[in-house]
Design a protein around this ligand. Structure first.
Ligand code: GLP
Length: 233
């Protein structure tokens, strides 16, 4: 895995944005794997600005998001809404090409990704417990898209996006670890001291106790950390 450490999250966002824009220009019908959470927000903002300033065309781009909540009655708290607000509303993407996994038929998601030609560039954050997508510790490395019960830790971590912890959905549907590993290139963003332990474990020998550690078995992964997130390496 390549490791890039920068002083602050804004420098990381610039680098990630460059990767996205370069791909979209080189391959106008590229397939992007997208993440939610706070980690990629600045990268999406820069992507929006760059797309506007340089007229970058997303009309033939396809996206597959990593995960979505289940049993969540509120569109405003969904990851679909998150992506609309942070990216899709602000670029000329065709909504029909934007995909989220569905609880009714998780397996179809892997098939749909394959049918689209596979993910060219996958963006990832990392949970404080080492999860990627919603693949919690001890998820099998060979997992495909599936429904998960979220851990207490993840529910607590994500409560900041909800009115109260009671409103955080207890289940989600997520790309599996093998689904993620099929992406041709993967970028993982980790910022802040609360990610330092997970980042350290990610660079240890691959183990299902740290889902992100599977990434060292992939040939084209770049990890972008700020100083705090990389402090234990
Ligand atoms: C969430 C998401 C992950 C995300 C992670 C980190 O649970 N399902 O895809 O990477 O948590 O979130 P953040 O970037 O807000 O720290």
């Amino acid at each position: 895995m390549n490791l890039i450490v920068r002083d602050n999250p804004s420098e990381i966002a610039t680098l990630v944005c460059e990767k996205i824009i370069t791909l979209v220009k080189r391959k106008p019908d590229a397939v992007l794997g997208l993440a939610t959470g706070s980690s990629p927000v600045a990268s999406y903002q820069k992507t929006v600005e760059t797309a506007k300033n340089f007229d970058v065309d997303f009309s033939n781009i396809t996206t597959f998001n990593l995960d979505e909540y289940v049993d969540n009655p509120d569109y405003l708290q969904s990851y679909r809404h998150f992506m609309d607000v942070n990216l899709f509303d602000k670029i000329n993407i065709d909504r029909i090409n934007t995909h989220f996994p569905e609880v009714s038929n998780p397996k179809k998601y892997d098939e749909d990704i394959d049918l689209a030609g596979g993910i060219d560039l996958q963006i990832l954050g990392i949970g404080a417990n080492g999860h990627i997508g919603f693949n919690e510790p001890n998820t099998p490395f060979d997992s495909k898209t599936h429904v998960v019960n979220l851990t207490e830790k993840t529910i607590c971590d994500n409560a900041r996006f909800f009115k109260s912890i009671a409103d955080v959905p207890k289940r989600a549907v997520t790309m599996g670890l093998s689904t993620i590993m099929r992406a041709k290139e993967i970028l993982l963003i980790a910022t802040g001291a609360n990610k330092a332990q997970a980042v350290k474990k990610m660079f240890d020998a691959p183990s299902e106790t740290c889902p992100a550690s599977i990434l060292s078995l992939h040939g084209n992964v770049t990890v972008y950390c700020d100083k705090d997130a990389s402090s234990l390496l």
